[in-house]
Design a binder for this molecule. Structure first.
Ligand SMILES: Cc1ncc(COP(=O)(O)O)c(C=O)c1O
Length: 346
C-alpha cells in the first residue's frame, strides 16, 4: 500500500497530544454476540470525551494544530501541541475564528476545540439538523448560522463566510486545493484505530471484518489507512453508506469524485452527496468494498442496539446494520468489528 497523496497522517503526534489532553479517555471496545451466535466487537463512541460522538477527536486536534501553525508563522517559535492550553496561547487565539459546516458532531468538536484554546467558532447547519444540536452548539460557545436544506448547502455557506470574513475554514470534507485542515481532522481520528489496535494486540484476537459508516468518508479513510498500515492481521474493510447518498461507492466506481443525488436520509450524518477528496483518495489505496443501507435497516439497527445497552441514531448504527445483514452469509470465522459512532440525539 502506498500513502494517499493528500492524507499522510502522523498518528504518533496525535497520540502524544491526546495522552496529555485532560478529557481524553479510551472508549470501550465491547465483545458481544448476535442472536444467531456470531461474536463481534463494538467500538463504543457514544460518549467520546463527554461529547457524544467520535468527531470530538478530529475537530479538537485540528483546531489545536492550526493554532500552533499560526503561532509558528507569526513568531517562528511555537509551543509543543501538548503544551498549547496556556493563557499566552489563549491571548493569541482570541483573534482567530474557526468556521465550518456540520451535520452536528463536527461542529461540536470545532466549537469545543475553539473554546478550549480561546478562539471563536461559527458553525453552519442546514435545516435538516435538529434544533437541539443547534442549542448544544450555542451552549458550547459557538455562533450558529442556518443555511439551506441539505448538508452540502451548509458547506457552501461556510466556504463563502471564510472567503468573505477571513475566518479559518475547518471543514471535515476536502476538495481540490483545500486539503490541509481536513487532513488534520482525519489525523485526529487515527486515535480510534490506535485504541482498537492496542486492545486487539493485547488479546491476540483480531477482527475478520471491519464495517465503517461514511458521510464524507473522513473516519472511514482514517481508520482504513491505519488498519492497512499498522494492524498485525488484516481484515476485510467494508464502507457503509445510505442508499440516499452513496457518494464514495459511486466515486470508486467512476474512479473520480462524483456528486450523487438522492432524498434526505434518516442517517443524517452520513447523508453527504459529495465525498471528501482526500478521504476518497485514501480509500482507493486501502482495498475496501462498499455496502449501502436503507433508512429502515439503519432505523431498526439503532433500536436493536439497545439490546447491547447502547443508545444511538441510525447514523451511529449503520455499520452494525450492514454487519448483521451479512452475518448469516459469512463463514464460521466471521468475527467483525463495528463502530457505534454517536449517542442518541435526545
Ligand atoms: C455519528 C457519525 N457517524 C459517522 C459520520 C461519518 O463521518 P465522515 O463524515 O467522516 O465520513 C459522522 C459525520 O458527521 C457522524 O457524525
Amino acid at each position: 500500500m502506498t500513502h494517499a497523496f493528500g492524507f499522510s497522517p502522523d498518528e504518533n503526534r496525535v497520540q502524544d497530544f491526546y495522552r496529555n489532553f485532560e478529557k481524553y479517555r479510551t472508549t470501550p471496545l465491547l465483545l458481544e454476540t448476535l442472536p444467531g451466535g456470531t461474536p463481534f466487537w463494538i467500538k463504543d463512541e457514544t460518549d467520546r470525551m463527554g461529547m457524544g460522538a467520535f468527531k470530538a477527536v478530529g475537530g479538537i486536534y485540528a483546531v489545536a494544530k492550526l493554532v500552533q501553525e499560526r503561532i509558528w508563522t507569526a513568531t517562528e517559535n511555537a509551543p509543543r501541541l501538548e503544551d498549547l492550553y496556556t493563557e499566552k496561547v489563549r491571548e493569541f487565539a482570541s483573534d482567530l475564528t474557526f468556521v465550518c459546516a456540520s451535520a452536528g458532531n463536527h461542529g461540536m468538536a470545532v466549537a469545543t476545540g475553539a473554546r478550549l484554546i480561546g478562539a471563536k467558532a461559527r458553525i453552519y447547519l442546514s435545516n435538516a439538523v435538529s434544533k437541539r444540536f443547534g442549542d448544544r452548539l450555542t451552549a458550547a460557545g459557538a455562533i450558529v448560522v442556518r443555511a439551506g436544506e441539505f448538508y452540502d448547502d451548509s458547506v457552501a455557506a461556510a466556504l463563502q463566510d471564510a472567503e468573505e470574513s477571513g475566518a479559518i475554514l475547518l471543514a471535515d470534507g476536502s476538495w481540490e486545493n483545500y486539503t490541509h485542515p481536513p487532513s488534520l481532522v482525519m489525523e485526529g481520528y487515527t486515535i480510534i484505530a490506535h485504541e482498537c489496535e492496542t486492545e486487539f494486540r493485547k488479546s491476540g484476537r483480531w477482527p475478520s471484518h471491519v464495517y465503517l459508516q461514511a458521510g464524507v468518508g473522513g473516519i472511514a479513510a482514517a481508520t482504513a489507512l491505519m488498519i492497512r498500515k499498522n494492524w498485525d492481521q488484516q481484515p476485510e474493510i467494508i464502507i457503509v453508506e445510505p442508499d440516499a447518498a452513496p457518494c464514495l461507492r459511486e466515486s470508486a466506481r467512476a474512479g473520480k469524485l462524483v456528486t450523487v443525488e438522492g432524498p434526505l436520509s434518516n442517517m443524517g450524518r452520513l447523508d453527504c452527496k459529495e465525498a471528501s477528496l482526500i478521504a476518497f483518495e485514501a480509500l482507493q489505496q486501502c482495498e475496501v468494498s462498499y455496502e449501502i443501507l436503507t433508512d429502515e435497516e439503519a432505523f431498526s439497527a439503532a433500536q436493536d442496539l439497545q439490546a447491547f445497552k447502547l443508545r444511538t441514531t441510525p447514523s451511529g448504527a449503520a455499520g452494525f446494520a450492514a454487519m448483521r445483514r451479512s452475518a448469516q452469509h459469512r463463514s464460521p470465522d466471521f468475527q467483525p468489528l463495528v463502530f457505534v459512532t454517536e449517542g442518541p440525539e435526545s
